[in-house]
Ligand binder design. Sequence first.
Ligand code: NAX
Length: 327
Amino acid sequence: MKSAVKVTITGAAGNIGYALVFRIASGAMFGPDQPVILKLLEIPQSMSSVKGVGMELEDCAFPLLHDVVMTDNPAIGFRDTDYAILIGAKPRGKGMERKDLITENAKIFSVQGKAINDHASRDVKVLVVGNPANTNALIAASNAPDLDKRQFTAMTRLDHNRAIGQLANKTNSLVADIKRVTVWGNHSSTQFPHIDNCEIAGKPVYDLVSQDWAIDHFIPRVQRRGAEIIEARGLSSAASAADAIVDHMHDWALGTPDGDWVSMAIPSDGSYGIEEGLVYSYPVTCKDGSYEIVQGLELDEFSVSRLKATQQELLEERAIIADLLGG
Ligand code: NAX
């Protein structure tokens, strides 16, 4: 049997955490032959709640689950960890400006970046989910000078999956037949869901939908899907977010299928004219635990303007927390 991998989940007692930990323990993230040790990192006020999650994990008697650690100490939570999933964040409070939210959360992610730097496995793979996810990933990476910035990513896989769901619904196709969808930029309403390169069951997407539909209906719907869920459920996306976390880590660790790609927010290397260092969502392929940006895609004028608009928002977010970008 393989030795267990350690997976740290911050905010494990929250809505997304509760939808996620059982799936990791059941083997959905790393496969049916890969044991896991879960490290649930919470804040002191949520320790009682996370202990309940730990009890339920025990009651599931998952064969792949070799241990569960519950702690409010980042040094313990991140010690030797192979995968760090940073979900825990402050929600937007009453009267709080977007700027305040960014500043408040920036403090959390600079502390956690330092703790990952000091305690995690040197090969740790980090996924930031807590919002503003791209900028939080930038802060965490900047506070981990001993690690490669490429080890820090943020989640746009939920947006990617939402885009595929919308296309499947509109064209009455199978999800498995939809390839090469991209979400560019920030995990926010400026993101650019892009289908010019998409194929459905081997046919160019524009044989099945019009470009006007993409611009007038598809793009805004994917951009605002989070708000649509909140309106319907009275709560933000949790199960679908957990599912996207499983997909992101699964593909990063085990690879993407030939002929397709996924969307991941990663430190930009300047590809497609995006400022180097910004954590920006790109089309990527993954192999042997590493990712590469898909190069050479043609972008029309409209697409270039959308890529720039979402970059602009990220530049503005970065300006707000510039003093927290250590290292
Ligand atoms: P909840 O409020 O249900 O849970 C958050 C949990 O984090 C709580 O249990 C809290 O105690 C814990 N926490 C807070 N600060 C912490 C810290 N410093 N260390 C460890 N734990 C801490 O929120 P939930 O619905 O689970 O959402 C969590 C985050 O995910 C939010 O920031 C949300 O905006 C973000 N999302 C990001 C998505 C993405 O695609 N990138 C989609 C879903 C979601 O909206």
